[in-house]
Design a protein around this ligand. Structure first.
Ligand code: NAD
Length: 471
C-alpha cells in the first residue's frame, strides 16, 4: 500500500498535472455512452465486494468500528448506491423532452444532462469509506472525472481508498490525493467544474469562498444539531431503542445522529430509563462494560476525545447531571454512552454539534416551545419526531426547516436512494444520492430546435409598427 502523503510539496506539481490531464480526458468522456460509465461503476462494485474484509480492517484500525457496523453503514450503502445507479443510469442520462408553450409553437426542446467535467470530492473522517466513495459513484454515473481527497484523520481507510482507485482507474479518470488541510487548500485553488464537500459548516464556508474565485458550483454536505422530539403519545421503549441506536452507532460520530432530545416533561423520566436500558442492550449485550464490548466503536482521535470531554465538563458546571456514563479512558479515546439531564440552554453542549456519544435530554411543556427552541438555532440536517399526534406532526413539519424529517425513526432516511439527502443553509447546500446525486454532478443543458423559415417568434421582430403593438 502507498503511504499517506501530507505535504503539498509532495504533490503540488502533480496536482496540476493531473488536473490538466483530467481536463483533456473529461472532454473525451462527454461523448461516451452510458455503457462506459456503467463499466467503471461495475469495476468499483466488484472491487468492494472482493475486498470487504480489507475495508472492515482498515476502518477498525482507524477507530475500532465493529465489522458489522462497517457493513451496514459503509459498504452496503455504497453498494446500494452503485446498484441503484446501474439500474437507472440509462433513464437518468436520457435527454428529457419538454413541451413547447404556445408562444414557441413549432419548436422542439429537450434537456440534455451533460457531465460537469472535472470534479473535486473532499471527504470527512466519520464514515471514511461511504462519504468518499458514495459521491464518487454519482460523479462517475454522470460521466465526470474526479479528484478525491479523503480525510487525513482516518489514514488506514484513506490508504485503502488510494490503493483501490489506483488499481481501478487511470489518473486522468480518477485520482486520490491523500493529505490534510494543505493538500485540500492546494486543490481548492484550481478551477474545478464542481466541488462536492462533506464536513463541518466552518470548513464548508472556506470551500465555498475558494469556489467563488472560479464561480465553481458546490454541493456542501454539512452538519449541525439534529433534534429528536419525543411527545407524550410516543411508544417510549420503541423510541428509546431507535434513538439509542442512531445516537451511539459509530460512537455518535454521525452527521445525522440525534444530537439532543426534546422530551415532553410528562415522559422525560421514563424515556431516560428506556434510553439507558436500550443503550446497554444494544452496545453492551454481554454486560462486560462498554469498554470491552465488541459492538462499540471509539472516538476517532485524542483531539475529539478532549473536545467531547470538555463538552461534558462544561455541561456539569452549568448544572447538568449524568444519568448514564462518566467513566472515560483517554488512552483509547473511549467515552461510554453518556446521557445528560438538566442541561442549561447556555451550556456549550446545547450550542455546538456534539459529534460523540453524549445525549442531552431537554424537556418542554407545549409543542410550540419545542418548535421555538429548534427555530432559535441554525437549521438542522435532520429532525426527528417520535409520536402519534397528527396535529403535532403537522405543526412540526409546517413550522420548522431542516435537511430532512424522519418520523418514528432516525438516521434511516440516509439509506433511501430515492430521497434527496442534504442540509439547508448552515447544514448544507445541494442534494446527493441516487438521481439527486447524479444531478449534482450534471449540467441540465436545455436544447431548443427551431424550424427554418416562418416562425411565431418572427412576429415580434422590429420594426415595432401597429401590428406588433397590438400583440
Ligand atoms: P472537517 O470539515 O474538519 O473536514 C472535512 C474535510 O475538509 C477533510 O478532508 C479535511 O482534510 C478538509 N479540511 C479541514 N479543514 C480544512 C481547511 N481549513 N481548508 C480546506 N480543507 C479542510 O470535517 P470532519 O471533522 O472531517 O467531519 C465532521 C463534520 O462533518 C461534522 O460537522 C459532520 O456533521 C459533518 N458531516 C456531514 C455529513 C453530511 O452528509 N451532511 C456527513 C458526515 C459528516
Amino acid at each position: 500500500m502507498s503511504t499517506v502523503k501530507t505535504t503539498p510539496e509532495t504533490y503540488s506539481s502533480s496536482i496540476e498535472e493531473v488536473f490538466s490531464k483530467q481536463q483533456k480526458q473529461s472532454l473525451l468522456m462527454r461523448s461516451e455512452n452510458t455503457k462506459q460509465r456503467a463499466r467503471r461503476l461495475k469495476a468499483l462494485q466488484l472491487w468492494i465486494e472482493k475486498n470487504q474484509k480489507s475495508i472492515q480492517d482498515a476502518i477498525y484500525r482507524d477507530f475500532k468500528k465493529p465489522a458489522v457496523e462497517v457493513n451496514i453503514t459503509e459498504i452496503y450503502p455504497v453498494l446500494t448506491e452503485i446498484r441503484h445507479a446501474l439500474e437507472n443510469l440509462n433513464n437518468w442520462a436520457k435527454p428529457a423532452k419538454v413541451d413547447a408553450p404556445l408562444s414557441l409553437v413549432g419548436t422542439t426542446s429537450y434537456i440534455q444532462y451533460e457531465p460537469k467535467g472535472v470534479c473535486l470530492i473532499i471527504a470527512p473522517w466519520n464514515f471514511p469509506f461511504n462519504l468518499a466513495i458514495g459521491p464518487l459513484v454519482s460523479a462517475l454515473a454522470a460521466g465526470n472525472t474526479v479528484v478525491l481527497k479523503p480525510s487525513e484523520m482516518t489514514p488506514h481507510t484513506s490508504e485503502l481508498i488510494d490503493t483501490m482507485i489506483g488499481e481501478l482507474f487511470k489518473e486522468d479518470e480518477v485520482r486520490v490525493f491523500n493529505g490534510g488541510i494543505e493538500i485540500s487548500q492546494e486543490l481548492l485553488k484550481l478551477p474545478f467544474d464542481h466541488i462536492f464537500f462533506t464536513g463541518s459548516p466552518a470548513v464548508g464556508k472556506i470551500v465555498m469562498k475558494a469556489a467563488a474565485e472560479h464561480l465553481t458550483s458546490v454541493t456542501l454536505e454539512l452538519g449541525g444539531k439534529s433534534p429528536a422530539i419525543v411527545d407524550q403519545t410516543c411508544n417510549l421503549k420503541d423510541a428509546a431503542e431507535k434513538i439509542a441506536w442512531g445516537k451511539f452507532i459509530n460512537n455518535g460520530q454521525t452527521c445525522v445522529a440525534p444530537d439532543y432530545v426534546l422530551a415532553h416533561h410528562s415522559v422525560a423520566d421514563a424515556l431516560k430509563e428506556h434510553l439507558i436500558t436500550a443503550a446497554r442492550q444494544l452496545f453492551d449485550s454481554q454486560k462486560q462494560g462498554f469498554d470491552l464490548s465488541a459492538d462499540y466503536a471509539r472516538i476517532v482521535n485524542r483531539k475529539h476525545y478532549d473536545r467531547i470531554n470538555e463538552l461534558i465538563s462544561d455541561a456539569l458546571e452549568n448544572g447538568a447531571e449524568i444519568a448514564m456514563g462518566g467513566e472515560t479512558k483517554p488512552d483509547e479515546n473511549f467515552i461510554p454512552p453518556t446521557i445528560l439531564t438538566g442541561v442549561s440552554e447556555n451550556a456549550t453542549v446545547m450550542e455546538e454539534e456534539i459529534f460523540g456519544p453524549v445525549l442531552p435530554i431537554q424537556t418542554y411543556d407545549k409543542i410550540e416551545e419545542a418548535i421555538e427552541f429548534i427555530n432559535g438555532k441554525p437549521k438542522p440536517l435532520a429532525l426527528y419526531y417520535f409520536g402519534r399526534h397528527s396535529s403535532n406532526k403537522k405543526l412540526i413539519l409546517n413550522n420548522t426547516s431542516s435537511g430532512a424529517v424522519c418520523i418514528n425513526d432516525c438516521v434511516l432516511h440516509f439509506n433511501h436512494p430515492n430521497l434527496p439527502f442534504g442540509g439547508v443553509n448552515n447544514s448544507g447546500l445541494g442534494k446527493s444520492h441516487g438521481w439527486h446525486g447524479f444531478m449534482a454532478f450534471s449540467n441540465e443543458k436545455p436544447v431548443l430546435k427551431q424550424r427554418v423559415g416562418l416562425t411565431t417568434s418572427k412576429t415580434v421582430y422590429p420594426p415595432y409598427n401597429n401590428r406588433v403593438r397590438q400583440i
